[in-house]
Ligand binder design. Structure first.
Ligand SMILES: Nc1ncnc2c1ncn2[C@@H]1O[C@H](COP(=O)(O)OP(=O)(O)OP(=O)(O)O)[C@@H](O)[C@H]1O
Ligand SMILES: [Mg+2]
Length: 197
């Protein structure tokens, strides 16, 4: 960074934004295998909260890779840069009174720690959207596991690239054993407890 870049402050505070929104802001950082249900649950939770007047933004891995991060691939280095940029975006959005739900595989422990550092520990809620690999393969909503099987994709999380499960997530949602509706209810209950003003 150039020495001539100076941070400028004094804008409307996060607390003022929160009071206007009527709820606390923060980031629910979903992590889990492909097909575990991150996007499905992020969408459903956003809809329910939005209908109740909340300001909820979903940052979804695939969509962001179409724009902001379209220059990045799936090497370890690129995955780390992908998450770094997204953490900065999530931090900005939460500073402006939004509840942000991120739906990225984010497979590396260190990288999620970095996200927590950028966003701030008290605003960062790690949510493990858990499903065993067999269940994810069976669901295969985007046909990706099939492509992996045929050798059309290399470096796929959970198969040829590691997934480091969270050791102590704020919340764990086991989608192998819950219906979508039960999973949404568990998330909403956590959000009510932690984000209602
Ligand atoms: N309890 C549940 N919660 C969420 N999804 C479920 C549940 N039970 C079954 N599913 C199904 O599992 C699939 C999850 O796919 P989804 O695209 O949400 O996964 P993802 O984690 O976003 O994957 P990716 O990392 O590839 O984007 C959907 O087809 C959904 O209908
Ligand atoms: Mg998804």
């Amino acid at each position: 960074m150039s020495k001539n870049v100076v941070w400028s402050g004094g804008y409307v505070s996060t607390e003022e934004f929160e009071n206007k929104a009527g709820h606390r802001s923060g980031v629910l950082w979903f992590t889990g295998l492909s097909g575990s249900g991150k996007s499905t649950l992020a969408r459903a939770v956003q809809r329910q909260l939005f209908d109740n007047g909340w300001q909820v933004i979903v940052l979804d891995g695939d969509n962001i890779r179409h724009g902001l991060n379209k220059d990045l691939g799936f090497t370890e280095e690129d995955r780390i840069e992908n998450i770094r940029r997204l953490s900065e975006v999530a931090a900005l959005l939460q500073q402006h009174g939004n509840l942000v739900i991120t739906a990225f595989i984010s497979p590396y422990h260190e990288n999620r720690k970095q996200a927590q550092g950028i966003i701030g520990a008290e605003r960062f809620h790690e949510v493990y959207i858990e499903a065993d690999l067999e269940t994810c393969k069976k669901r295969d909503p985007k046909g990706l596991y099939e492509k992996v099987e045929k050798g059309e994709i290399t470096r796929f999380t959970g198969i040829s690239d590691p997934f480091e499960a969270p050791e102590d997530p704020a919340l764990k949602i086991d989608t192998s054993n819950l219906t979508e509706q039960q999973a949404v209810e568990a998330l909403i209950s956590y959000i009510d407890t932690n984000f209602k003003l």
